[in-house]
Design a protein around this ligand. Structure first.
Ligand SMILES: Cc1cc2nc3c(=O)[nH]c(=O)nc-3n(C[C@H](O)[C@H](O)[C@H](O)COP(=O)(O)OP(=O)(O)OC[C@H]3O[C@@H](n4cnc5c(N)ncnc54)[C@H](O)[C@@H]3O)c2cc1C
Length: 427
């Protein structure tokens, strides 16, 4: 086991968070995870460090499961893959495709760990696609007493629904079993300049025009600067680019969501079919996703209020403009995972990639939250927000039950940190 020995500060991917300890251990086996959990009174797991807030932070010690990144088994009959929890989607995707299989969806980037993504309800887009956690069929976890437990969708109903989007609060996830399906190809068509008027009149049609649809806007001209439509195609299908999409025009080259940036980092567009793992994310493995030096905030609102919520935020165009790099709007199907923002409610998300200027952004987020208030917005667990703990908690009807499950597996708060104290326990 190697502790963190570099002189460099331990920071998150975006560099906006310096973790409160530099004690980081890298267990290489589940037994070593158990030893660490037994040894320390307080501990947090660090995934790939892509969260923008302090959800992963610890003042005591952290462990990284990056060495536990193997595919453990592939069950081609039950359509399940079991992986070490440190594996990144960017590693798992090509492996599955080569074996003839696929996941149902991916986030905008493949660089993130499966466990970190699932425990924070990370999502892609698609009206029929649940967030990434909905693919979880079972997890193995080391709980506060150092014991290993397994929870599965089939056998452990309630505790499973609490644990999958567990916010890192229940224990150290060491293995994840995911549902898979036969592999598929996806084409990506990008259109420029979709007016909010068209969006309002054809909201459902537009957001379900493809398997996964993303709208990008800077809020300045009552339009979406880009619409990314990802469609499943059968291999070898003839590629046909339609020029007009509700008045938006087909792009003539690959584009970055932030139109001024080079599309080199982005997955192939222009309708060229490619494997699911290389089209569903916007950004390519091996390249910097998004812009790099940025902050992110994102709010889930019920899908049925989607257009009203867009129009509400558009009223803040002047205030949002100076801090914004780009907004992305996506959809996520309903699920039954207790702490998922889509629990019993299909959602639309409004995401903000913002300049790395917390002084200004911290003044902007309350304005956005206020404008979205009529729609009971829920912030992304891994991104920045300013709403009170009380408000946040009121939006999770299973919160008390979730706390009971935490108490069951972690009675003395070994995995608690300030983020959980504030947002789950209301300190
Ligand atoms: C450029 C960029 C693009 C993004 N795009 C999207 C997107 O498209 N959709 C979206 O929803 N989100 C997106 N995000 C947010 C991000 O993917 C999620 O917040 C996700 O949690 C990141 O996973 P991670 O492994 O980096 O988590 P970390 O930040 O390392 O940790 C997050 C939480 O997971 C816990 N955790 C990690 N591993 C384990 C484990 N093995 N056992 C128990 N707990 C664990 C940590 O303790 C912590 O509580 C993006 C972020 C960035 C930086």
């Amino acid at each position: 086991m190697i502790s963190w020995q570099q002189r460099k500060k331990l920071i998150n991917w975006a560099g906006n968070i310096e973790y409160s300890t530099d004690k980081l251990y890298f267990p290489e086996t589940v037994e070593q995870v158990q030893q660490l959990v037994k040894k320390y009174e307080k501990l947090k797991v660090l995934g790939t460090r892509h969260c923008f807030n302090r959800i992963a932070d610890s003042t005591d010690q952290m462990i990284s499961l990056k060495s536990l990144d193997q595919v453990i088994s592939l069950d081609t009959k039950a359509l399940r893959v079991t992986v070490g929890s440190g594996i990144k989607y960017g590693q798992l995707g090509p492996y599955l495709h080569e074996k003839g299989f696929a996941l149902h969806n991916l986030a905008s980037l493949p660089h993130i760990s499966v466990a970190g993504a699932c425990t924070t309800a990370t999502h892609g887009s698609g009206v029929k696609n649940g967030n990434l956690s909905t693919a979880v069929a079972a997890i193995e976890m080391v709980t506060a007493d150092g014991e290993i437990i397994q929870l599965s969708r089939e056998k452990d109903g309630e505790h499973f629904k609490a644990a999958v989007v567990g916010l890192g609060a229940l224990g150290v996830i060491t293995k994840v079993t995911l549902d898979i399906q036969p592999t598929y190809m996806v084409r990506q068509d990008v259109y420029e300049n979709l007016s909010f008027g068209q969006l309002k009149n054809h909201f459902d049609e537009i957001l379900s025009a493809g398997y996964s649809v993303s709208l990008f806007t800077d809020w300045q001209n009552q339009n979406c600067s880009e619409v990314w439509v990802k469609s499943r195609v059968s291999e070898g299908a003839k590629f046909e680019l339609t020029n007009d999409f509700f008045g938006a025009k087909a792009a003539t080259k690959n584009l970055h969501p932030i139109i001024t940036l080079s599309a080199e980092n982005c997955t192939e567009q222009m309708g060229v079919p490619g494997p699911w793992y290389d089209r569903l994310p916007h950004f390519r493995m091996g390249f910097t996703p998004s812009s790099g030096k940025e902050l992110q905030a994102e709010y889930f609102v019920p899908y049925r209020h989607g257009m009203e919520a867009i129009l509400a935020v558009s009223r803040l165009a002047k205030q949002v403009g100076p801090q914004l790099m780009i907004t992305e709007i996506r959809t996520i199907a309903v699920d039954d995972l207790w702490m998922s923002p889509c629990y019993h409610e299909p959602c639309m998300t409004i995401h903000f990639t913002l300049k790395q200027n917390w002084n200004e952004v911290s003044k902007l987020l309350p304005l956005i939250e206020k404008e979205l208030e009529p729609f009971n917005p829920k912030p992304h667990w891994g991104k920045l927000f300013t709403m009170t703990a009380k408000k946040l908690q009121s939006r999770y009807e299973k919160l008390s039950a979730f706390k009971e499950v935490i108490k069951h597996y972690d009675p003395h708060g070994k995995f608690r940190n300030k983020f959980l104290d504030r947002n789950i326990y209301g300190f």
